[in-house]
Design a protein around this ligand. Structure first.
Ligand code: 5GP
Length: 107
């Protein structure tokens, strides 16, 4: 089912895109848990991360790794927190959140 993320992929609604390939897109979360919080998504519509086919799933994580390395350069941090939540938007996605101290994250 199309979600708000489909509109971001098509450019119908704006997002701050940080990386894009034919199959994947990374953009800043509109309501970040910390500065530099990025969402990594497949362009193909699949509701839930673990319903993605194996090849696309592996590609998504490799893309997320490359994006995480880029985030670390732009937002110097100790590490990148990784989360699969999926409470709000039914389009598969991975959260990447720069972390320095626990207090940085605004849960
Ligand atoms: P989840 O589905 O994993 O609980 O969270 C979805 C995430 O998508 C949330 O962190 C939320 O802030 C983000 N989000 C929801 N709508 C938009 C939007 O229109 N643009 C952007 N950039 N992020 C969004």
């Amino acid at each position: 089912m199309p979600t708000i993320f489909s509109k971001i992929i098509s450019g119908e609604i704006p997002a701050f895109k940080v990386a894009e390939s034919n199959d994947y897109l990374a953009f800043l979360d509109i309501n970040p848990l910390a500065k530099g919080h990025v969402l990594v998504i497949p362009k193909q519509e699949t509701d839930y991360l673990f319903d993605i086919g194996d090849e696309e799933y592996m590609g998504l994580w490799i893309f997320a790794k490359i994006v995480a390395q880029g985030i670390k350069r732009v937002y110097p941090c100790e590490r990148i927190g990784v989360a699969v939540v999926g409470l709000e938007v039914a389009h598969a996605h991975i959260h990447l959140v720069p972390i320095n101290e626990v207090g940085d994250i605004n849960f």
